[in-house]
Structure formats: C-alpha cells, structure tokens
Ligand binder design. Structure first.
Ligand SMILES: Cc1cc2nc3c(=O)[nH]c(=O)nc-3n(C[C@H](O)[C@H](O)[C@H](O)COP(=O)(O)O)c2cc1C
Length: 182
C-alpha cells in the first residue's frame, strides 16, 4: 500500500506543493512508497455528478476522468497527504472536486468504502488568514466521514510569497517529521 500525495494549487512549485513533497520525500526515505497526484494538471476532471450510481453498484463511480485513479488510490492507500491553498476562505476548486468524488464511499458496504485508520497529513497556505481553519476543516472531513487518523498539520501564512515555505527552516523540519509518522 502506498501513501497518496495530493497537490491542488495551480501555482507550480509554490508553498503547498513544496511542503507536500517534503513530507512525501521524508516518508520515502523511511521506506514508504508514495504516489503523486496533481489535480490542477489533470486535463479532464469532473465533480461528483450526484447520479447515485455508486449506491447501486458497490461504491464504483461511473465517471471516468483523470480523478478516477486518484479516488481508487485513496481507497487502496496506507494514508494520504492532502493540500490546498486558501481561496476565498475555502479550499480551491481543484481540491473540492476531489472531496466531492469521495461521495462514492458513503452509504455503501464497509468493504466498498474506505477502511478506517488510514493516516492523513494536511497542508494549507493562505496569503493572510484562514489556513489553520481550512486545514482543520479538510482534515475533519476525512476524520469524521472516513475515520482517518491525523498525523500532522502544516498551515502557513505566506504573505503571497510563493517561496515562503522553501525559505522557512521550521516548516521544513515540521514537514520532515510528519513524513516519518507515516
Ligand atoms: C483565487 C484566489 C483566492 C485567494 N483567497 C485568499 C483568501 O481568502 N485568504 C487569503 O489569506 N489568501 C487568499 N489567496 C492567497 C493564497 O491563499 C496564497 O497565495 C497561498 O500562499 C497560495 O498557496 P500556494 O503557494 O500553495 O499556491 C487567494 C489567492 C487566489 C489566487
């Protein structure tokens, strides 16, 4: 089983991506396998269509797009690293598409859903405020709905400096420590 590292910011090599990759590399150094998904790079991505087909066919989603392998990978994973910038006080649209697609795991048999006890680390970044609240919200969804176990949170106020995290030794150390918890 692999750890699924998810980036969603449209800013390449900026704060959330840098921290997710630092956590992931630390986990890899600890012998873990990591698979990477960058939602913003997916050309074909759809939101949940609310068709409820998943409720009739054992939790399978009939929407076949670039997000489908990511949702499958989360089900098969050992844990996930989730991330989003704060956009208008919320997760960015790219991340929200991912969250809604987890709907396929609601109201289905336990073996068709996400097994409880998977680990989750969360990374958020805001220009001026709301990173901590968003991180708690994103992580809280996975904990309350799917019984993930939190292993770490990094919520940054970046002042819109794309390289804020890269220049911050404390954040880098925190990220490496979280990677070791997987
Ligand atoms: C569409 C958009 C909306 C944003 N909304 C907020 C916001 O509500 N609050 C805030 O503090 N920063 C906001 N920002 C700034 C980003 O959260 C900030 O630049 C963050 O560091 C980006 O993360 P990244 O470096 O991983 O891309 C917004 C930026 C954009 C492009």
């Amino acid at each position: 089983m692999a750890i699924v590292a998810i980036t969603s910011s449209p800013q390449k090599n900026a704060n959330t991506e840098f921290v997710v990759k630092t956590i992931a590399k630390s986990a890899e150094e600890n012998g873990k396998e990591v698979v990477y998904f960058d939602i913003n790079s997916m050309a074909n991505r759809k939101g949940c269509q609310a068709c409820d087909a998943c409720k009739k066919n054992g939790g399978k989603c009939i929407t076949k797009d670039d997000l489908a392998p990511l949702i499958d990978a989360v089900k098969d994973s050992e844990g996930v690293i989730i991330s989003s910038p704060v956009y208008f006080g919320e997760a960015c649209g790219q991340y929200r598409l991912f969250e809604d697609r987890l709907y396929r795991f609601f109201g289905v048999a336990p073996e068709d859903s996400i097994a409880p006890g998977k680990k989750v680390a969360v990374v958020t970044a805001a220009g001026s405020g709301g990173a901590d609240e968003l991180a708690d919200k994103m992580c809280g969804h996975l904990v309350s709905f799917f019984k993930f176990e939190p292993v770490g949170k990094i919520a940054m106020i970046t002042g819109n400096d794309r390289k804020y995290a890269e220049k911050n030794e404390e954040i880098i150390a925190q990220a490496k420590a979280i990677g070791k918890k997987f």
